[in-house]
Design a protein around this ligand. Structure first.
Ligand code: RIB
Ligand code: CA
Length: 330
């Protein structure tokens, strides 16, 4: 039986790849997608999500627009600033995919999460790969919804170093109060896939050629989107990352299908919400005599080859397409 899953996304390039797996793998039943402001404003994360689902003929999956701002901050940047149109612009405001043919639902993401998690008679899986604004709001309105979730899988946090500041990973930094609330909300299981893990699952240009050679819409789209990430990482990080890129959010979906793709430690995690230099930093209590009760299974490693194998397996069976050269390059 396929696993009923909801994705919460701020679609950008890596969220798009996560959707391509979640919507197409037969072992997952993606019942809904909620969007949030993050990589780009929520109007664009919603539009980008619709573009991805339309492209693979999965417009049957409803998309619910979510929060436009972090829950406790106004005038906080909350979004990434890449210079538009440059090689370092990882996501662009709109993904380079054909325009969406379908529209988002009129129900908001928070209402959808509350209704669905209150009504369900079986536990669902929730994968959150953007700032945690929607999840924190829903769990604050009705804390009992946590019991309807068998695993809340979050892409967020970092131990060795951040990506938006030296201390902080983007999703946690963009709404640190929300992240703290979610980590302490008492979900039966919370799996946190950190940057430390996703930066081990680097995708190469050769992998992109393999995805494109599958000759499926998903394979072509993933090849283009990940190539764009590799261009941006090469421009932003130079030789240190050497013609590869992490595809953070896809690791979370891959973990549902192959749990051994990551290795985890059960730890107590909190988020710094006040430090002028460290706001958004995830603090993992790794002391042998740690005092807090563990609240997250934290992934610090991930297997790149296992990830690539799963992506190929997922996209190989899609509808085949003969591509017009350049049709996805925007
Ligand atoms: O730090 C990586 C995360 O930030 C990813 O989820 C990416 O899509 C952005 O939201
Ligand atoms: Ca994301």
């Amino acid at each position: 039986m396929s696993r009923k899953t909801i994705l919460d996304v701020d679609t950008g390039t890596d969220d798009a790849v996560a959707i391509l797996v979640a919507a197409l793998h037969p072992d997952l039943d993606l019942i809904g997608v909620t969007t949030v402001s993050g990589n780009v404003p929520v109007e664009n994360t919603t539009d980008n999500t619709l573009r991805v689902l339309d492209l693979i003929n999965r417009s049957d999956i409803p998309v619910f627009p979510g929060l436009a701002h972090p829950i406790a901050r106004r005038g906080f940047p909350g979004q990434r600033h890449f210079t538009p149109g440059t090689k370092g612009d990882m996501h662009g405001i709109s993904l380079p995919l054909p325009e969406a043919r379908t529209a988002a639902q009129s129900t908001s993401a928070v209402e959808y999460l509350l209704e669905t998690l209150r009504r369900t008679t079986e536990q669902l899986t929730l994968v959150a790969v953007g700032p945690l604004s929607n999840i924190a709001t829903a769990a604050t309105i009705d804390p009992s919804i946590r019991d309807a979730v068998d695993d809340l899988v979050v892409m967020g946090g970092a131990h060795a170093h951040g990506n938006v500041t030296a201390s902080a990973e983007f999703n946690v930094w963009a709404d640190p109060e929300a992240a703290n609330m979610v980590f302490s909300a008492g979900f039966p299981r919370l799996t946190l896939v950190t940057l430390d893990a996703t930066h081990q699952a680097l995708i190469t240009r050769k992998d992109c050629a393999t995805f494109a050679a599958l000759e499926t819409p998903a394979g072509h789209a993933a090849a283009d989107l990940i190539s764009r990430r590799i261009d941006a990482y090469s421009a932003n990080h130079g030789a240190r990352i050497a013609e590869t890129a992490p595809v953070h959010d896809a690791v979370c979906v891959a973990y549902l299908l192959r749990p051994d793709i990551v290795t985890t430690r059960h730890l107590h995690v909190t988020v710094d919400t006040t430090g002028p230099v460290t706001v958004g930093r995830t603090v993992f209590d790794m002391r042998p005599n740690a005092t807090g009760t563990p609240n997250a299974h934290v992934a610090f490693t991930a297997d790149a080859r296992m990830l690539v194998g799963l992506l190929v397996e997922t996209w190989a069976h899609g509808q085949r397409s003969l591509r017009v050269p350049g049709d996805l390059t925007g």
